[in-house]
Write a protein that binds this ligand. Structure first.
Ligand SMILES: *Cc1c(COP(=O)(O)O)cnc(C)c1O
Length: 411
C-alpha cells in the first residue's frame, strides 16, 4: 500500500473505493506483496537447495494457497482439513507436510491415506506409527531443541515447557523405536516459535538440529520451521532474511557435505509470507468522547480481528478517509459487548463517523481466527492481483449463521 495523490492505494486501486464496493468490514490482500516475501526468502537461500512450505494456518483462503502453489511452494498443514484444502488447491501430496499436535492416531492414518508427508511430535504416536507402517511410510520427526525464542509466551513453541516436539534428550528412545520397527526417518523438523530477532539464537538451534540429524542415516530434508519475524510497529525490527540466508546456506551446505548427501532445507513461514500483504478495513460508527478519552467505535469487533485482545498484538491503524491532516488521539474499539479494543491511545488523523480506518499486518492469523461471536457475519475477503480486485470470499449472511443449527420440534 502507498499514498498517492492523498489516497491510500493498493496496486493502483484506492482502498476506500474497495470498501465502498464490497462493504465494511473487509479484508484486503495484496498478491504482489506475498510474491515479494516469498521471493525474498528463496533469493536469500539461493545457494542451497531450499524449499518453502507455506504454513497455511495463517491464511487459508484457497486462492492464497493457489498463489503459493504457482510460485512453487509446498504446504505446511496442521490439521487434516488443511491437508484436504491443500489438495483441493492443487498441491501434490508429496508437497504437503502434515504437522499435527495432539491429534488422534486415526487422523494421522487419514493423512497417510491421502499420501502426504507425516511429521510426528510424540513418542507414543511414533511407536504406534512404527508398529502399523514400519518402513512402508517414511516419517519426519519434530524435535524440541529447547531454545527460547519468541517474544510472547503464547506464541513461543521451542522452550522446555512446550507441548510441541520430542525433546532432544529423548533421542535415544526415538532411535530405539525407529530401529525396532525398521522405520524410515526422511526428515527432521523444528519450529521454534514465531519471533526470531536474534539470528545467533536461531543458528544455535540449527546446530542442535544438525547434531541430531547426523544420527539419522536416511534423511532427505531438514525442516527448520518458521520464526521469521515481521515488523508490526514503525520502528520494529524484522528478521534479517538476507543475513540469515547467507550464513545458514553456507552452514547447511557444509553440513550436507559432512552428511554425505545433498539434503533439502525446508522453511515453513506463515506470517512472513502473508502478514504485511493483508489489510483490515472498518468504518467508524461512532465517535464517543468520555471523561478520559475519545473512542472511535467501529463496525467490527474482536470477533473479526482478535489478535490485539488475544495476545496483545500491535497493529498500526490509519484513517484512510483522511490520509493526511490534523491528528488526534483515539482509543479504537469494536462493537462487541465486552472490552474489545484494537488500539489504545492511537494518534490518527481526525476521524469522523463514516470514515474508514485501516489496520496493517492483517494477513496472518486475522481472518483465520475470526468467529461469529455476537452472531455477527464474518467479513468478505478481496484479493488485489495484477492491478485488479477480486472477491475471494463472500460476506456471510443469516443463512450462514443458521446453516448447521437444528431446530427442535417441541420448542
Ligand atoms: C504456525 C506454524 C508455522 C508458521 O509460523 P509463523 O510464525 O506464522 O511463520 C510453521 N510451522 C508450524 C509447525 C506451525 O505450527
Amino acid at each position: 500500500m502507498e499514498l498517492k495523490k492523498n489516497q491510500c492505494v493498493i496496486d493502483g486501486i484506492p482502498v476506500v473505493s474497495l470498501a465502498e464496493k464490497y462493504g465494511s468490514p473487509l479484508y484486503i490482500y495484496e498478491s504482489a506483496r506475498m510474491i515479494r516475501q516469498y521471493k525474498q526468502i528463496t533469493e536469500a537461500f539461493k545457494s542451497t537447495r531450499v524449499k518453502i512450505n507455506y504454513a497455511c494456518k495463517a491464511l487459508t483462503n484457497i486462492n492464497v494457497l493457489k498463489l503459493f502453489k504457482q510460485l512453487g511452494s509446498g504446504l505446511d498443514a496442521v490439521s487434516i482439513q488443511e491437508v484436504i484444502l491443500g489438495l483441493k488447491a492443487g498441491f501434490e501430496p508429496q508437497d504437503i507436510l502434515y504437522t499435527p499436535n495432539c491429534v488422534s492416531i486415526e487422523e494421522i492414518e487419514e493423512a497417510v491415506e491421502l499420501g502426504v508427508r507425516i511429521n510426528i511430535d510424540n513418542i507414543a504416536i511414533l511407536e504406534e506409527f512404527g508398529h502399523k507402517y514400519s518402513s512402508k511410510v517414511p516419517v519426519c520427526i519434530r524435535i524440541n531443541p529447547h531454545i527460547m525464542a519468541g517474544a510472547h509466551h503464547k506464541i513461543s513453541t521451542g522452550h522446555i515447557d512446550s507441548k510441541f516436539g520430542i525433546s532432544i534428550y529423548q533421542m535415544p528412545h526415538v532411535h530405539r523405536i525407529v530401529e525396532t520397527n525398521n522405520m524410515k526417518v526422511e526428515g527432521i523438523h523444528m519450529h521454534s516459535g514465531s519471533d526470531i530477532l536474534d539470528i545467533e539464537v536461531f543458528l544455535r538451534a540449527t546446530e542442535i538440529m544438525f547434531d541430531t540429524a547426523k544420527e539419522f542415516k536416511e534423511l532427505e530434508y531438514v525442516d527448520l520451521g518458521s520464526g521469521f519475524k515481521v515488523s508490526y510497529r514503525i520502528d520494529d525490527v524484522s528478521t534479517d532474511v538476507e543475513a540469515l540466508g547467507e550464513h545458514l546456506s553456507a552452514r547447511f551446505n557444509q553440513f550436507c557435505e559432512e552428511y554425505g548427501k545433498e539434503l533439502i532445507l525446508i522453511f515453513e513461514p506463515g506470517k512472513y509470507l502473508v502478514s504485511q500483504a493483508g489489510y483490515f478495513v472498518a468504518r467508524v460508527n461512532v465517535i464517543k468522547q468520555t471523561t478520559s478519552t475519545v473512542f472511535a467505535g467501529l463496525d467490527t469487533g474482536m470477533n473479526h480481528f482478535i489478535r490485539p485482545m488475544f495476545y496483545d498484538a500491535y497493529h498500526e491503524v490509519l484513517n484512510i478517509s483522511k490520509p493526511t491532516g490534523k491528528t488526534r488521539i483515539y482509543t479504537v474499539v469494536g462493537y462487541i459487548c465486552e472490552t474489545d479494543t484494537f488500539g489504545w491511545n492511537r494518534k490518527i488523523t481526525e476521524a469522523a463517523e463514516g470514515d474508514y480506518l485501516l489496520f496493517k499486518n492483517a494477513g496472518a492469523y486475522c481472518y483465520a481466527m475470526s468467529s461469529n461471536y455476537n452472531s455477527r457475519f464474518r467479513p468478505s475477503e478481496v484479493m488485489v492481483h495484477e492491478g485488479k480486485d477480486y472477491l475471494i470470499r463472500k460476506r456471510e449472511d443469516m443463512e450462514d449463521l443458521l446453516r448447521n443449527q437444528v431446530e427442535m420440534e417441541n420448542l
